[in-house]
Ligand binder design. Structure first.
Ligand code: SAM
Length: 338
């Protein structure tokens, strides 16, 4: 029997024993579906509770994690050209996290003599509150609001716009499964008017050793970030995961052009997740997938843009082509009923 067959067989969950404990929350519903899948997984959005958000911020400072500093340098270099083209009345950052990158664009908006409005959209309320407070302190001239919400389903919380520059930075698009990217980008485009722009930060395909190192930092911060997801399920769903019984794995899979991140069981175990009505029997070596991080090329992006209503307008990279910042323009509506 192959390892994979063993994993699938052992992942078969037991029926829930006490349905009175099943919670009616997005996390409970999502986990009930994803842990019951043929290959158990947990949606990556739940990585970002307060501790997870702080750990992600720490990841961005690790020497192996070239992504953040490379993207920041590209933004520094090209912010004026991006702002000149987009001429935005409003910046909207999706998944803004600490909101550390937006000041570079705010400065460019200021240099261009434009009035600045900023909306930060995030799943984590504490992150929103902290970054809204920081922008108010450091850029008192900017009218800033925070929206707690989940993309893509709650993007309508942004309300009507116009002259928007939407930022989706930090390689966050890479966490979408490739098959979901066109639908995801279409949803984002629907929150934009023709002529609005979307700025995407994309990590690029490169030497697998560097890619894997970025997700296996020597200090173990990414491992703590992944394992924290089990604490989220223990706290929110009354699960009894023992984090010490799992190890963090992050591997490059060239055929999918992604780093696949998972928690691998160190031993056979039986885990109960009462809030989601799931019981999981895991064999040693079996994995719970927590995240993918897709790595892009320019043709891959162009292919995924087809039919989304967005067209590539500017493509900026660093000298080593490690990372790209792509400006996409929302095209005129082909279907005016949309
Ligand atoms: C990879 S981090 C990037 C953070 C920041 N934009 C950067 O460039 O460093 C992804 C961010 O998106 C947020 N996030 C993840 N999934 C989300 C979702 N479905 N809806 C809203 N925010 C989400 C996380 O809380 C986190 O702050």
């Amino acid at each position: 029997m192959t390892h994979e067959a063993t994993a699938q067989e052992s992942s078969e969950p037991d029926p829930p024993r006490d349905s009175s404990k099943i919670l009616d929350t997005p996390l409970a519903r999502d986990v009930a579906t994803s842990l019951r899948g043929e290959r158990p997984s947990i949606p990556c959005r739940y990585l970002y509770d307060d501790r997870g958000s702080r750990l992600f911020d720490e990841i961005t400072l690790q020497p192996e994690y070239y992504l953040t500093r490379t993207e920041e340098a590209i933004l520094e270099q090209h912010a004026d050209a991006i702002v000149a083209r987009a001429a935005p009345h409003e910046l909207v950052e999706l998944g803004s996290g600490t909101g550390k990158k937006v000041p570079t664009l705010l400065q460019a908006v200021k240099r261009a003599g434009m009035p600045a409005k900023l909306v930060l959209f995030e799943i984590n309320a504490a992150m929103i509150n902290a970054s809204v407070a920081r922008v108010k302190r450091e850029h008192p001239e900017v009218q800033v609001t925070g929206v707690v919400g989940t993309f893509p389903d709650e993007l309508q919380r942004l309300g009507p716009g116009g002259d928007r520059l939407v930022l989706f930075l930090g390689s966050t698009l890479g966490n979408q499964h490739p098959a979901q990217v066109p639908g995801f980008l279409t949803r984002v485009a629907q929150q934009m008017h023709p002529g609005d722009d979307l700025l995407l930060g994309l990590d690029l395909v490169k030497d697998p050793a560097r890619l894997e190192a970025a997700y296996n930092d020597a200090a173990g911060v990414t491992a703590s970030f992944s394992l924290n997801l089990l604490s989220v399920l223990n706290r929110e769903l009354g699960a009894d995961f023992d984090a010490s019984a799992f190890e963090h794995v992050a591997v490059w899979e060239a055929e999918s052009s992604w780093i696949r991140i998972a928690l691998r069981a160190r031993r056979d175990q039986h885990v109960r997740v009462p809030g989601a009505g799931v019981e999981l029997r895991l064999r040693a070596g079996q994995e719970i997938q927590t995240e993918v991080s897709c790595k892009y090329t320019r043709p891959m992006l162009e292919q995924r843009l087809a039919g989304t209503g967005l067209a590539l307008d500017q493509w900026h990279t660093d000298a080593h082509e490690d990372f790209a910042v792509a400006l996409l323009r929302r095209e005129a509506d082909a279907d005016p009923t949309r």
